[in-house]
Design a protein around this ligand. Structure first.
Ligand SMILES: NC(=O)N[C@@H](CC(=O)O)C(=O)O
Ligand SMILES: [Zn+2]
Ligand SMILES: [Zn+2]
Length: 344
């Protein structure tokens, strides 16, 4: 039994840090282990151009704990108005490393998102040309599509078309949740990859709904049935470089989750690499953790791999019941439960 594993320092290729008074809390958790993180731009109002990305980056940098070298990687939020010029300028100035497609209405703070794919064709063309990756929240939003089918419908109705139309565009299918998404990514060309969260590897919809409704498991895309969870586990077990770590750690204050209409998002940043280690250990694939957490992401983005290392040890500890989030509290995933691994 392996009790200790050393990895090149990992990065988080999908996180929500929010803004202003909560940044000291979210940035402290994100920067505890990860060297870099792709910072999602779904603020209100969203991060729509290079200048806004720069200003947000400055707020994140000034919220870092003393001595931290954590590097936020900034992302533009695509809207119906995103012009090729916005893309080219932000890319040329190094203000953003990617742009994110939120179908309008698909998830938290997506109300300014894209209402029809055609509206961003000019932006996508510019992205394909300069080499800026497209990050996708892959769910359709029509009221008549069942929430458990929205990811598959997005692949069929939108993603296949985008990948065909822009043969050089790099695409990251974010936080995938279905066997359909795994199949799509595996059979696509090398410029298509996906992030996988710790919670979608650890849980399925029974954890959220059987025996009582548990709002802290509610996230989007929603947890699916067990066979889909298994497909995600098989994807990481394959060791394929198309899959890499993206926590989608998404804080919402306790009162916003424990409510008649609760917000979508799970908070995992406080123990993310530990949760992944636990899952990989459980699956008997700890030897695949370094590729997933530390190598495939930078390789896909064309960035250097980190050079220092972290060590994880098998040593159980209890996750806190709550954590501070500005002047509120948050109930993290695994609250009060025993975690099997910790960072040495
Ligand atoms: N994943 C979630 O359930 N929520 C995210 C948005 C997102 O990544 O879709 C959030 O910003 O809260
Ligand atoms: Zn999303
Ligand atoms: Zn997200």
């Amino acid at each position: 039994m392996t009790d200790r594993i050393t990895l090149i320092r990992p990065d988080d290729w999908h996180i929500h840090l929010r803004d202003n008074d909560v940044l000291p809390d979210t940035v402290a958790d994100a920067s505890r282990v990860f060297a870099r993180a792709i910072v999602m731009p779904n603020l209100v109002p969203p991060v729509r151009d290079g200048q806004q990305a720069d200003a947000y980056k400055a707020r994140i940098l000034s919220a870092r704990p003393a001595g931290s070298n954590f590097t936020p990687l900034m992302v533009l939020y695509l809207t119906d108005q995103t012009s090729p010029q916005i893309i080219r300028e932000a890319w040329a100035a190094g203000q953003a490393v990617a742009a994110k497609l939120y179908p309008a209405g698909a998830t938290t703070n997506s109300q300014s998102g894209v209402t029809a794919l055609e509206n961003i064709y000019p932006a996508l063309e510019a992205m394909a040309e300069v080499g800026m990756p497209l990050l996708v929240h892959g769910e359709v939003t029509h009221a008549d599509v069942d929430i458990f089918d929205r990811e598959k419908a997005f692949i069929d109705q939108q993603l296949v078309g985008v990948v065909e139309r822009y043969p050089t565009l790099k695409v990251v299918f974010e936080h995938i949740t279905t066997a359909d998404a795994v199949d799509f990514v595996q059979s696509a060309s090398g410029r298509v990859a996906a992030t996988i969260t710790a919670h979608h590897l650890q849980y399925n919809r029974n954890h959220m709904l059987a025996g009582g409704i548990r709002p802290h498991f509610f996230c989007l895309p929603i947890l699916k049935r067990q066979r889909h969870q298994q497909a995600l586990c098989d994807a990481v077990a394959s060791g394929s470089s198309k899959f890499f770590l993206g926590t989608d750690s998404a804080p919402h204050a306790r009162h916003a989750k424990e409510a008649a209409c609760g917000c979508a998002g799970c908070y995992t940043a406080f123990a993310a690499i530990e949760m992944y280690a636990e899952t990989f250990d459980h699956l008997g694939i700890l030897d695949k953790l370094e590729g997933f957490a530390s190598l495939h992401g930078p390789d896909f983005y064309g960035m250097p791999r980190n050079t220092d290392r972290i060590t994880l040890v098998r040593d159980s500890w209890t996750a806190p019941e709550t954590l501070p989030l500005g002047d509120q509290v948050i109930v993290p995933l695994r609250a009060g439960e025993t975690l099997q691994w910790r960072v040495a």
